[in-house]
Ligand binder design. Structure first.
Ligand code: DX5
Ligand code: ZN
Length: 245
């Protein structure tokens, strides 16, 4: 699937003392989705917030809540996040023994199901669950903290997953160290949904956030167009060579 570019600010980079206000600000600033990073201090070496916080902030916006669960075990908590108002619930392929079962549980709760892959996890981890998911999240940093540097090693993995998805209605999301400088590269590789924390919450005002979101969106759209032009250029060259012969 090649849907519109979605920019999903991660509220992990928001000022937690003014969380409701900050969500309203990114909503006004043009965020497409709200990315919520849930960390348990066990699957990842950091603790963030849980279902009660998501429930409290849910009324602040009508935008899609994209809930990224970095927790293990995950199954006992799926219902709480569904009830809290998540639209997408994304779990880690590495977080449990029975990924297929957990994904079925998310859909049974009426939610969109996502799988996230840590940088060292191969694309093949999702091969046999492709028909159970609505989103694949490629981590472009090791999960646990905002503000880390983007890992270029993930670009071929994004390309590979894009090919695996084919025509399926599955969003391909990237998360970690995304900025206006690398958004073109991830979109050219096939990502259509870009999470960004520190690169969005830079500055103070709604206008700052709007400029940050727009810069990421424009860079991603440009990267995607450039990729399309490059790939359409290739058959033309082949055709030209045939005519010469
Ligand atoms: C990392 C989280 C990311 C992160 C993004 O574990 O999943 O969503 O907060 O933040 P930046 O854009 O600052 O890397
Ligand atoms: Zn995340």
């Amino acid at each position: 699937m090649t849907g519109e570019i979605v920019v999903a600010p991660s509220i992990l980079a928001a000022d937690f003392a003014r969380l409701g206000e900050q969500i309203a600000a990114i909503d006004t600033a043009g965020a497409d989705w709200i990315h919520c990073d849930v960390m348990d201090g066990h699957f990842v070496p950091n603790i963030s917030f849980g279902a009660d916080v998501i429930k409290a902030i849910r009324p602040m916006t009508k935008k899609i809540f994209d809930v990224h669960l970095m927790i293990a075990p995950v199954d006992p908590y799926l219902e709480a996040f569904a009830k809290a108002g998540a639209d997408f619930i994304t779990i880690h392929a590495e977080a449990g023994a029975h990924l297929d079962r957990s994904l079925q549980a998310i859909r049974a709760l009426g939610k969109k199901a996502g799988v996230s892959l840590c940088p060292a996890t191969p694309a093949s981890a999702i091969e046999y669950v492709l028909d159970r998911i609505d989103l694949v999240l490629v981590m472009t940093v090791n999960p646990g903290f905002g503000g880390q540097s983007f890992l270029e090693s993930q670009l071929p993995k994004i390309e590979r997953i894009k090919a695996m998805i084919g025509d399926r209605p599955i969003r391909l999301e990237v998360d970690g160290g995304i900025t206006r400088d690398n958004a073109a590269a991830v979109a050219a590789a096939g990502a259509d949904t870009l999470v960004a924390g520190s690169a969005v919450f830079r500055g103070k005002s709604v206008a700052d956030y709007a400029a940050n979101i727009e810069a990421i969106r424009i860079a991603a759209e440009t990267g995607r167009v450039r990729k399309r032009q490059d790939s359409s250029a290739q058959p033309m060259r082949v055709g030209e060579a045939a005519r010469i012969r």
